[in-house]
Design a protein. Structure first.
Lengths: 419, 120
């Protein structure tokens, strides 16, 4: 470290503390056992505070290695001082020295296995899907209870209760072992669902100030790719989910304009979409087709792929998208899927066909408070020349909008009606 | 120009539930911006961050008894010092008001450093 002398190197990689926290909490929980989860969190917190204190006047050459070394030493101290050696079972020691065992447990080679064990332990049937996501955000993404509360727009007390339930459940486990083939198969849907919720929260979340959280989408993508490292898993499903995340994440940079307002798909600057993520999605999509399995992830990934591959909104293959939505409706019926199908139908067969499909959803209790439903009605009314009706519907959408980014988008469309 | 020592106490000893990794990193970025500014102004002439969690020994009395650790309350624990150059004690104190430690309930003690003239 070079205190004071070097003023140029004052920047820590964005998200480093959060990522290292997630990596180390999973590793230490596995090493010390889930009953010592709180101890693992304390060790990591101390390492990060220690880094903050030490780096105030200059950064070390390798910040990541610094944090790892401090956490390792603290873990060894705890194990020695508090005689927690019995917590280390034979699988960890296996003839190694204490230092060697801790080093191996915290190494980047063990990272995927640690995070997998944590993910499968978290997605326990006894806990709700909301609790699964909360625990993933806490232990695998390094968010604090108040950050999670902000993202979900619920009070911190609710998050604390979910965390408490999760901790209690985790502490009952004797060890955070590699999930058995049966467990993996039984819990795979819950894990996928949790990651899907995590991704959606980043794609359009509840935080009124920051409805888009690209970091959360990136976490979901990172974890779904970690999931692919698990052998007993049904890989085709997970690849389909990974493809969906890639295609949607690729379009994130085009979703907000320069003033932070949500831009409708038809008006997005497609040059801003990430080619790298689209390509990564195509690889996953290819691998998702390795069997004859067709899940909702396959269909949703197919729809997202059609959007990303189209040169323009007009050139989109709407026929294929409507087919995917028909299959999706058969597999997972629901008003939101039906709403999106109606919009695709409007592009394929014309505004009237779209309006007729939307009319069938009239009065659906799940849609009356859903801003995108009113915006869809408004968009099609506008295109059908019914400007007064469009204005009314946009006003309802605007009143129900959860963020400024969304509300201003509708307000602008109202203004454009007068042009 | 006279020199002054800033003695930093407390700040950042919150429990994991109160301060997230992101918030810790953001706080560090504020420190780096602050010390960078002092450096750019040519005011920073030395810095001594201290280890966390606090460790160390204290030697006391004629018996020279060595005890473990600094036993202060966490808000009173010294977490580091720096030496700054300023025109006066008032100016040094004014500069210290920009210190990020104050955002986490920490404090900065500002003390004039005596120049030893025969150290040429």
């Amino acid at each position: 470290m070079s205190p004071v002398e070097d003023g140029s190197a004052y920047a820590v990689v964005d998200g480093l503390f959060r990522r290292e926290s997630a990596h180390l909490v999973a590793a230490l929980t596995r090493l010390l056992g889930p009953s010592h989860l709180a101890l693992a969190e304390d060790v990591v917190h101390d390492a990060l505070i220690g880094a903050m204190q030490a780096w105030r006047f200059g950064l070390p050459d390798d910040p990541k290695a610094w944090i790892l070394r401090v956490a390792k030493n603290r873990a060894i101290d705890c194990l020695r001082r508090e005689r927690r050696l019995e917590a280390l079972d034979d699988t960890h020691l296996a003839g190694r020295s204490l230092e060697g065992a801790v080093e191996l447990a915290l190494s980047s080679e063990a990272d995927a296995a640690n995070q997998l064990a944590m993910m499968f332990a978290i997605c326990d049937d006894a806990l709700s899907p909301e609790t699964h996501v909360t625990l993933i955000l806490r232990f695998l993404c390094g968010l604090s209870p108040s950050e999670i509360a902000r993202a979900f727009l619920v009070d911190v007390g609710t998050i604390d209760r979910r965390l408490h339930r999760g901790r209690t459940r985790l502490e009952q486990l004797g060890a955070l072992h590699d999930a058995s083939a049966d467990e993996v198969r039984a819990r795979q849907p819950s894990v996928e669902q949790a990651l899907y919720l995590l991704f959606n929260e980043g794609y359009l979340g509840s935080d009124p100030e920051n409805p888009l959280q690209p970091a959360m989408c990136a976490d979901a993508l990172r974890l779904v790719e970690v999931l692919l490292a698990s052998n007993p898993l049904e890989h085709a499903r997970v690849n389909a989910l990974a493809a969906l995340f890639c295609f949607d994440a690729a379009r994130l940079p085009g979703r907000l304009d320069d003033t932070g307002v949500l831009t409708p798909l038809a008006e997005q600057d497609r040059a801003k979409w990430s080619r790298v993520l689209v390509d990564r999605g195509i690889v996953h999509l290819g691998e998702s087709a390795s069997g004859d399995l067709l899940t909702r992830w396959h269909l949703e990934a197919g729809i997202a792929f059609e959007h990303t591959r189209a040169q323009s909104f007009e050139e989109t293959n709407w026929g294929k998208i409507v087919d995917y939505y028909d299959a999706l409706l058969a597999l997972t019926p629901g008003p939101v899927v039906a709403l999106n199908r109606a919009l695709a139908l409007a592009e394929l067969r014309g505004v009237d066909a779209g309006r007729a499909a939307l009319a069938l959803l009239d009065g659906h209790p799940k849609l009356t408070t859903y801003s995108f439903y009113w915006a869809a009605l408004a968009d099609l009314a506008r295109r059908g020349g019914l400007l007064a009706e469009a204005k009314n519907m946009y006003a309802r959408a605007s009143a129900l909008a959860k963020s400024r980014a969304e509300r201003v988008s509708y307000e602008r469309r109202i203004l454009r009606l007068g042009e | 120009m006279p020199k002054f020592m800033y003695v930093f106490r407390g700040g950042g000893y919150a429990t994991p539930d109160l301060l997230s990794p992101t918030e810790i990193q953001q706080h560090l970025a504020k420190w780096n911006a602050w010390t960078n500014e002092l450096l750019a102004q040519g005011r920073l002439s030395g810095a001594q961050p201290l280890a966390h969690p606090p460790s160390g020994k204290t030697v006391r009395g004629r018996e020279r008894i060595i005890t473990d650790g600094p036993y202060a309350e966490s808000k009173d624990l010294v977490s580091g010092t720096v030496i700054v150059v300023a025109a006066s004690l008032e100016e040094a104190a004014e500069l210290a008001r920009g210190c990020p430690i104050l955002e986490l309930d920490g404090s900065v003690e500002v003390r004039p450093v005596i120049d030893t003239p025969n150290q040429a």
